[in-house]
Design a protein around this ligand. Structure first.
Ligand code: NAD
Length: 497
């Protein structure tokens, strides 16, 4: 008998009444470790109602008190993050150090949100018109929804909920059904930190739960992260229902290596960013664009490093864990097959990996493919696995054209010792996040995270000041206190005097 991962409503576990569940597996063993509740519409409404009921009081709670709860949450998270990392490794498969890194990057957003009194300050203009003052305030939206993907079960929700809560909203988080337990751990931590019941809620489920969040009039905004087709659907459906939506989608990140680059640094970076978290990162490098005569050398250096990587159970001393599900592993492997059939050269083949983990684990070793051309499916599609393709081009211009022609625009990097080339790239590339000799340019919490083109639908990126704006709306107040000189009837449009 396995446990069921339930919802969290009004400060406690909520079983819901759907009776539907889905299996949760440990990808390193292939075992079903739990089942996750799948909400029906009635369950979803009960969770949303709890967030709506808690809103008026939380909205009116002073910034001083809200900030105290955030600080407490930050302290508890910092003390206890190894527990959360363990849960992530068990359900996602990523190695422990990577799981801890994910939590730390989420914690940075909590730390940023602790400064909410400063971030919410409006403007004030005295005497805008004679004895008339104008000022602006930013107010919370109401109950907001966060819908997150499997690959960062803690960090991606934390891109959003610290700021949403700090700004006075209440939250319904719908985590991925593949690794749902981290969300409940976070909910319990909020309760321990003193967050009033109903401010942070978790709704477990699939499309049924998502559709209710997208259309229920009590939900005022949706922050979604996942694959591009679902992001497009979420954006279209949520905005049609009158909600503010930010929908972050898939990626195909290129790293351009110029002939003057430090090839050892570049090769290290390709391996770290290509195979970290088994390539299941939206900022993973999946296409290495080798410019000019360095291609052979670069491929040799990447191959040498790739062969040293150990794949296995993330609880042990390995570099890379399994993929999240068997179906996903098979799909990623099928792209390697397709690339090979189309004439690409498999330099390191992860399909034959001997993993240090359960026999039924969802294993696929790091795979390096050379001579990939832009028409091959291994290049055109987001693979989301440990597969690094090398595309050879002749010039900087050809590399830039390739990156800009790609429908995704999440992250990119350039490796060079030429400051002028790097500066040109930063200016010309049509991608939201750019690294210069940095392979995974995930912005700090006080900047905003988000891609361009098919990597983000909506106009606001996550966290940083854009996150504060997303979770608040502006109000401008024009105020005059009793002054007889401004009395009298005047039907003309107000003019400033
Ligand atoms: P996914 O799109 O399958 O799922 C994301 C969320 O949508 C989950 O909560 C899931 O339950 C829900 N969902 C799935 N199918 C749905 C449907 N038909 N209707 C409504 N909701 C549905 O994504 P995933 O496989 O969990 O995550 C991997 C994807 O997320 C990759 O494409 C990756 O690039 C992307 N991602 C992007 C970013 C970014 O910042 N741009 C960050 C992390 C992950």
């Amino acid at each position: 008998m396995t446990d069921t991962v339930q919802h969290w409503r009004d400060g406690e576990i909520f079983a819901g009444g759907s009776g539907q569940t889905a299996p949760v597996t440990n990808p390193a063993t292939g075992e079903i470790t739990a089942r996750v509740a799948l909400a029906d519409v009635a369950d979803a409404r009960q969770v949303i109602d709890a967030a709506a009921a808690a809103y008026p009081e939380w909205r009116d709670t002073s910034l001083a008190k809200r900030t105290q709860v955030l600080f407490k949450f930050r302290e508890l998270l910092d003390e206890r993050k190894p527990e959360l990392a363990e849960i992530i490794t068990r359900e996602h498969g990523k190695v422990r150090s990577d799981a801890l890194g994910e939590v730390s990057r989420g914690q940075e957003v909590v730390e940023f949100a602790c400064g909410i009194p400063h971030l919410l300050k409006g403007g004030f203009t005295e005497n805008a018109s004679t004895k008339v003052d104008v000022y602006s305030v930013r107010q919370p939206l109401g109950p907001v929804a966060i819908i997150s993907p499997f690959n960062f079960p803690a960090m991606v929700p934390m891109w959003f909920f610290p700021l949403a809560i700090a700004a006075g909203n209440t939250v319904v988080l719908k985590p991925s059904e593949k690794d749902p337990s981290a969300s409940l751990w976070l909910a319990a931590l909020w309760a321990e930190a003193g967050l009033p019941a109903g401010v942070f809620n978790v709704l477990q489920g699939d499309k049924t739960a998502v559709d209710e969040l997208l259309t229920n009039p009590k939900i005022k905004s949706v922050s979604f992260v996942g694959s591009t087709p679902i992001a497009q659907y979420v954006y279209a459906t949520g905005t049609a229902a009158g909600k503010r939506v930010q929908a972050l989608g898939g990626a195909k990140n290129h790293a351009v290596v110029l002939p003057d680059a430090d090839l050892d640094l570049a090769a290290d970076a390709m391996v770290n960013a290509g195979f970290g978290s088994a390539g299941e990162r939206c900022m993973a490098i999946s296409a290495c664009v080798a410019v000019g005569p360095i291609a052979d050398d670069l491929v040799a250096k990447i191959a040498e490093r790739t062969r040293t990587l150990k794949t296995g159970d993330g609880t042990g001393a390995v570099d890379m864990g399994p993929l999240v599900t068997e179906a996903h592993r098979d799909k990623v492997a099928s792209y390697i097959d397709a690339g090979e059939a189309a004439g690409a050269k498999i330099v390191v083949d992860g399909r034959t990996v001997e993993a240090d983990g359960g026999a039924a684990g969802f294993w696929l070793g790091p795979t390096l493919i050379d001579e990939v051309t832009p028409d091959m499916s291994v290049y055109t599609d987001e693979i989301f696995g440990p597969v690094l393709s090398v595309v050879r081009v002749e010039s900087y211009d050809e590399a830039l054209e390739l990156v800009n022609a790609n429908p995704f625009g999440n992250g990119t990097a350039i490796f060079t010792n030429d400051g002028g080339a790097a500066r040109r790239f930063q200016n010309e590339v049509e991608v939201g996040m750019v690294g210069i000799n940095v392979p995974i340019p995930v912005p700090m919490a006080y900047y905003s995270f988000g891609g361009w083109k098919n990597s983000l639908f909506g106009d606001t990126h996550a966290h940083g000041t854009e996150g504060v704006h997303f979770f608040t709306r502006a109000k401008a107040v024009t105020s005059r206190w009793l002054d007889p000189s401004h009395g009298g009837i005047e039907l003309g449009f107000p003019q400033n005097v």
